[in-house]
Design a protein around this ligand. Structure first.
Ligand SMILES: [Zn+2]
Length: 391
């Protein structure tokens, strides 16, 4: 991946290329971002720039053997560490021997196709949909072994460490010395979504770099480049198909989130249907029918889809609120969602959206922490039923 292939972040790319050019490469960097914003893409482009045989104009050449191998994630000096566990794809490997390498093919397939993948997409790709995961001692030992060997290509050795917040204390202790004083020409690139959870001993040894959410126009340009636009307008956003324009605005600056939603368009239709059923059941006072919708969402196999539904509800409530305030133009709804929102705008309390937002956020938070989804959605629906008409 070249810097030029990455949407937005011009100043960050320049800063990274500048560090490489001046020879002031920090041996451990911590890139922190919201899930799906592009930290992995930037880390890979940075590694590719450092390893490129013919870098020019602040970017890698994109076609030397080194660039080719990094692009395919098969460079022998590019190592990946990510959280794991035993799962449907780990075969007969014992739990204590599970390391990232066991899942490297799945990781490679996912990341080469889309370096903006979400955490939960990695969990699905390696067969851990409903399990917890972590980085264990075996992983730390393996990393110590790999980095004690000389670089195969004679240049930099890279360790892309995805989600160091999942590093167990025991494994972290094994790695501290390595991160503090890595062998020569070794570069750690940590990518985290929860910097506050990264062990202080690791955090303090890294140069940290914030990867901010992308502006809407940059998300739009990236979606347009991926075939979601028709190029009929000079503004990338204006030339996107309506569902893509909606995602560009809704994704909170995370291209990964927008891509996930667009590739799961069927889910969105299902979400519209569930949302309508849920609101109608609540408005007619039938809590039993509302819970039945909640049960279907709780039974979804993927946590990402459950979270996506909560975000969908939150966005629909925001649209309804804007319609209630006669600011329809700002709601950016597709035709079918606009219809649903318009119908509901006259029926629910104008305070409903703001009252529900903290509960929707909390539900998303607890889904990630493995709290029983059935309890979470039952509780959420109870709160919705109390608030839907409350003035
Ligand atoms: Zn090159």
């Amino acid at each position: 991946m070249r810097f030029a292939d990455i949407a937005g972040y011009d100043a960050l790319k320049k800063a990274l290329a500048g560090m490489a050019d001046s020879g002031r490469v920090a041996h451990a960097m911590l890139l922190y971002e919201n899930d799906g914003c592009g930290a992995l893409a930037l880390a890979l482009a940075y590694a590719q720039y450092l390893a490129c045989e013919h870098p020019h104009d602040g970017d890698s050449c994109g076609h030397c053997p080194s660039c080719n191998r990094i692009a395919k994630l098969i460079h022998p000096d590019l190592h990946f560490v990510f959280p794991t566990n035993t799962g449907s794809k780990s075969g007969k490997t014992k739990a204590e021997n599970i390391v990232s390498d066991v899942y490297m093919e799945d990781f490679r397939a996912l990341a080469v196709e889309n370096p903006y993948f979400l955490e939960s997409q990695l969990m699905e790709a390696i067969g851990l949909e409903t399990k917890s995961w972590g980085v264990n001692v075996a992983e730390a030992k393996e990393l110590l072994r790999i980095l004690s060997l000389t670089s195969i290509e004679g240049g930099w050795k890279f360790v892309v460490f995805y989600l160091p917040e999942m590093l167990g204390l025991q494994a972290a202790n094994k790695l501290l010395k390595l991160v503090e004083e890595p062998p020569e020409k070794t570069l750690f690139l940590f990518i985290t979504h929860q910097p506050q959870k990264v062990l202080q001993t690791i955090f303090s040894r890294c140069q940290s770099l914030r990867i901010p959410p992308l502006p809407v126009e940059d998300v739009a340009a990236a979606l347009s480049a991926r075939g979601y636009g028709d190029g009929t307008s000079s503004s990338a956003l204006a030339s996107l198909r309506p569902e893509a324009a909606e995602q560009a605005r809704m994704c909170g600056g995370s291209l990964g989130t927008a891509l996930y939603a667009l590739r799961n368009g069927d889910d969105m239709q299902q979400f519209e249907q569930w949302f309508t059923q849920l609101m109608d059941a609540l408005l007619s006072g039938s809590l039993v029918d509302a819970w039945a919708v909640g049960d279907q969402i709780a039974a979804l196999s993927s946590r990402e889809k459950q979270k996506a539904f909560c975000i969908f509800v939150s966005d629909m409530l925001r649209k309804i609120f804007l319609m209630q305030q006669k600011m329809e133009d700002l709601s950016y709804a597709t035709a079918s969602r606009g219809e649903i929102c318009k119908r509901l705008a006259g029926k629910i309390s104008p305070k409903f959206a703001s009252r529900m937002q903290p509960f929707l956020d909390k539900t998303v938070y607890y889904i990630d922490r493995n709290v029983s989804q059935k309890i979470l959605f039952t509780d959420l629906i109870d709160r919705m039923s109390v608030n839907i008409n409350r003035v």
